[in-house]
Design a protein around this ligand. Structure first.
Ligand code: TYM
Length: 296
């Protein structure tokens, strides 16, 4: 079976853009593909974040996946930091990543420009290498994401080709589908509509978790009453309330149920991490071997 992986950061509020651009599309894919959906907590520390709320936000994001219809009898759901191979492979990949590729990333330029060089951690620059690791570890065929992740996917593909070229050698070439057998070359799946849901307050920007105003987005966990008040005097208020009722309400009801049973959620995440680690460790081991490391 072909494999699909994707993830969302547990930072800020998950909003309609995340749903329409990504999570919604996962649901259809889980029936026909081997699917792994992770919460990318390691990516979330690349910008300032709240340590007090961090684990709660991670749980909340996992619960949102399930509330949106991710079916754990089909898909593996896990927390990125629970599978050590992600960080380990990232280090190996980073040795093969030209700094120029990372400097060119639009998201890096935007985010680092806002904060300034002295305030930005190196991890913001190497962020796409970790993302490549998330994808390549699982020999993924498809990665369903929104438009804003397209460039990161392109980097992932180029990096996979480069590692296949640098360390693949003849022995590996025969195995692979497209000339390289260390890594499969993944394809992005960007939805034809909804790949870039725009901000509600600024039609030129995308709906974003990092925008300061909650009024710029529809959060999947927006309390309904609050929403109503907030929209009172706005011309898009009616629209937002209607949409929230129709789409967000059922997700919230399920989210409440799931989050109120931590033992269940922990079980799901533990099982997901175990399944993921088995695949990830096999790939990681191959990479170490191909790169010539002395193995234990
Ligand atoms: P993140 O957490 O910013 O966003 C999660 C998903 O939502 C999509 N998205 C949108 N789609 C449409 N309109 C919008 N306004 C909008 N805003 C966000 C994003 O494209 C994404 O699909 N780097 C990634 C997370 C990641 C990942 C991965 C994804 C880490 N490793 C491996 C796939 C595979 C990110 O920050 O997404």
């Amino acid at each position: 079976r072909k494999r699909v992986v994707s993830g969302v950061q547990p930072t800020g509020a998950i909003h309609l853009g995340n749903y329409v651009g990504a999570i919604k599309n996962w649901i259809a894919l889980q029936n026909s593909y081997d699917t792994l959906f992770f919460i990318v907590d390691l990516h979330a520390i690349t910008l300032p974040y709240d340590t007090q709320q961090f684990s709660k936000a991670t749980r909340n994001t996992a619960a949102i996946y399930l509330a949106c219809g991710v079916d754990t009898s089909k898909a593996s759901v896990f927390v990125q930091s629970h599978v050590r191979a992600h960080v380990e492979l990232m280090w190996l990949l980073s040795s093969a990543t030209p700094i120029g590729w990372l400097n060119r990333m639009i998201q890096f330029k935007e985010k680092s420009h806002k904060a300034g060089d002295e305030n930005v951690g190196v991890a913001l620059l190497t962020y796409p290498v970790l993302m490549a690791s998330d994808i390549l570890l699982y020999q993924s065929d498809f990665v369903p994401v929104g438009e804003d992740q397209k460039q990161h996917l392109e980097l992932t593909r180029e990096l996979a080709e480069r590692v296949n070229y640098l360390y693949g050698g003849r022995k590996w070439k025969k195995l692979g589908e497209r000339g390289g057998a260390i890594f499969k070359i993944p394809e992005p799946l960007i939805p034809p509509a909804g790949a870039r849901v725009m901000s509600l307050s600024d039609g030129l920007s995308k709906m974003s978790k990092s925008a300061t105003s909650d009024q710029s987005r529809i959060n999947l966990l927006d309390p309904k009453d609050e929403v109503a008040q907030e929209c009172q005097d706005m011309n898009w208020g009616t629209f937002k309330t209607l949409l929230t009722d129709a789409l967000v309400d059922p997700i919230q009801v399920r989210h409440e149920e799931i989050i109120s049973d931590p033992a269940y959620l922990d079980g799901v995440l533990a099982e997901g991490a175990m399944k993921a680690a088995a695949i990830a460790d096999a790939t990681l081991n191959n990479v170490y071997q191909a790169m010539g490391f002395l193995r234990r």
